[in-house]
Design a protein around this ligand. Structure first.
Ligand code: PLP
Length: 383
């Protein structure tokens, strides 16, 4: 159990709430979830499903209706055919990374993961006794990864590469060229890819490309996706995996051995999410774009802060080394002196030591207020 890590975002949110409980006004920019409500057509579908008696054990891999809807949605969005059998519905997309790493990595294996990256990749890899090998993701490289550097990390023990595009915490998006080079490496060394595409629908420039759409990749790629971010459904805990056929039975067994399945009435609501109107998703994206522009422009007027305009997700990952503060120091002062809750880049790996992770899943008014409060805390430290 000592090898199991955690997600410090939850702890930071607790600290912010504790400060709030003392009467302080805190602006929450640490949270990795849309601030919008779940669209009402989805909520209504869940209520209807309850009334209609969707209250019993569902099949472990998911309801056929939902698996078919996910397969159709994925086939259309990723441009590569997916069958309903390849889809496994899970309580949250996070379960996909848990099961994938548990099923496929063990002592003696190496798993390459992005640093900075979602902390659970490293935590789970260590937990199963495998070696977690960080792949640095740098601002100089527009938060893409360097395929040559990736190739240099491959050994005879490498088993899996974890990708996340669009990325948490950087907002970076991998291009088709980058993905093709990663695919070449994966095929040459017979590796599995865990493609975390939970932010696939939150892209501001160009299109989202899935590595599974490249030749030779569907048989070695596990796609992780879900409803949390796209449909503002974080509290519902609804995610899914798209896996090569040979992994359907083992993954199904993991589900049977752990949670038995995913809430039946929620699965019926998830069918509505995919098949119903998508205008709420479009509206969220437009609002996120406006917030992104606002926060990037504001941060870049603070001396010592350098912030890229990210192409996806709803985070910025500014370099604050010019302020003379480290990420943990800045996050601490921003909370205690300014009442602005952000995360230190170190919550996502060592490469993020001079960065903050700021979520712009908050209103434009609150983002503007946060920028005003942040400036005096970061500015006077310049020497
Ligand atoms: C990169 C990434 N993958 C997966 C998840 C987990 O999604 P879910 O809430 O569906 O478990 C998150 C949530 O923050 C995330 O940022």
């Amino acid at each position: 159990m000592f090898r199991l890590g955690t997600e410090t975002a939850f702890e930071a949110a607790d600290r912010a709430r504790a400060l709030e409980a003392t009467g302080r006004d805190v602006i929450h920019l640490e949270i990795g979830e849309p601030d919008f409500e779940t669209p009402s057509n989805i909520v209504d579908a869940a209520k209807r499903a309850l009334d209609a008696g969707w209250t019993h054990y569902p099949p472990a891999p998911g309801l056929p209706q939902l698996r078919s809807a996910i397969a159709a949605d994925s086939t259309a969005r990723r441009g590569v055919p997916v069958t309903a059998e390849q889809v496994l519905v899970m309580p949250g997309a996070k379960a996909v990374m848990f099961y994938a790493i548990l099923a496929l990595a063990q002592e003696g294996d190496e798993v390459i993961y992005p640093d900075p990256g979602f902390p659970i990749y490293e935590s789970m890899t260590r937990f199963v006794g495998a070696t977690a090998v960080p792949l640095p993701i740098r601002q100089e490289n527009r938060f893409s990864l360097d395929p040559d550097e990736l190739a240099s990390l491959i050994t005879s023990r490498t088993r899996m590469i974890i990708l996340n595009s669009p990325a948490n915490p950087t907002g970076g998006v991998l291009t088709r060229d980058d993905l093709q080079r990663i695919a070449d490496v994966a095929i040459e060394h017979d590796l599995i890819i865990l493609a975390d595409e939970i932010y696939a629908r939150i892209v501001y420039r160009g299109e989202h490309v899935s590595i599974t759409s490249l030749p030779g990749m569907p048989e070695r790629t596990i796609v992780l996706d879900g409803f949390s971010k796209t449909y503002a459904m974080t509290g519902w805990r609804m995610g899914y995996a798209i896996v090569p056929e040979r992994l359907v039975v083992p993954f199904g067994r993991l589900i049977i051995n752990s949670v038995s399945g995913t809430s039946a009435h929620q699965q019926m609501a998830a069918v509505e999410a995919l098949m119903g109107p998508q205008d709420a998703v479009d509206a969220m994206l437009a609002e996120f774009r406006a917030r992104r522009d606002l926060i990037v422009e504001g941060l870049n007027t603070i001396p010592g802060v350098r912030c890229l305009l990210p192409d996806g997700a709803f985070y910025v990952f500014p370099d604050i080394s010019g302020t003379g503060l480290t990420g943990p120091q800045a996050a601490d002062r921003l909370l205690n002196q300014a009442g602005v809750s952000v995360l230190s880049g170190t919550a996502f790996g060592q490469v993020g030591a001079n960065h903050l992770r700021i979520s712009y899943a908050n209103s434009r008014e609150r983002i503007s207020a946060a920028l005003e409060r942040m400036r005096p805390v970061l500015e006077p430290l310049l020497v």
